[in-house]
Design a binder for this molecule. Sequence first.
Ligand code: MLT
Length: 310
Amino acid sequence: MPKVLISDKMDPKAAEIFRARGVEVDEITGKTKEELIAIIGQYDGLAIRSATKVVKEVLDAATNLKVVGRAGIGVDNVDIPAASAKGVVVMNTPFGNSITTAEHAIALMFALARQLPEADTSTQAGKWEKNRFMGVELTNKVLGLIGAGNIGSIVADRALGLKMKVVAYDPFLTPERAVEMGIEKVALDELLARADFITLHTPLTDQTRNILSAENLAKAKKGVRIINCARGGLIDEAALKAALDSGHVAGAALDVFVEEPAKASPLFGTPNFISTPHLGASTSEAQVNVAIQVAEQMADYLVAGGITNA
Ligand code: MLT
């Protein structure tokens, strides 16, 4: 019987599915790298979220490992070349948390437009600063999507429902798909020049790292508001801080940071800056979805050799 370790907190549905499919399962979370190295040799599969770092030393000790399943989208916490070199298949669940992440981006866009966190803090401090918090409407504003894949396309759909105009920079977006989505495909410079709000929905790669660099932030429309629920590293955080301080960027909301957990950042405390602790995928619905998907995919592979989302 194949044996799987669930090493990060995961919805109980995952373990239920493994057992129902004839896969033995242990749920042991919060292990250090050394502790994981000590036990990983017993397992055929490793099911993770983002806390477990599947680095080369862990893979070297994983003498029986056949598959790593990431309950989520990003596989940044897995050393893919080292896994591939050992013939370990790495799977993710690219769809289970897309709606949830898109909704978080929309929530942050509203929060920026109406300065909700500052207004809440001020009101609960007994200040009633009605004149301090003048917002902007979303209706008729231009939303610039950097990345129009699974999550970006859901954000576009919701934004169109809010009567925004949506433009997208995405080298993989075909003109036909843009028309079908009701959005306009543009070059990055055009997006920067036109967007009132920019939201990022792309993985972190050599091509996307610092895509909002100091130079590109300077090209953005004055007063732009920026949302990042994708990956830290897409925005140059020092440049963003300078652009917020100068007022060129009117507001920014980051769910993701270059260093996570982000316990300190020069951005913290900046007016019109909102942060959340990588909550993009954190809804009960999304966590059930990704747990079910990862367990089904891993069980398919371990029991029958079927490969999905690898
Ligand atoms: C993902 O990659 O699925 C999201 O960023 C959520 C997460 O890492 O927990």
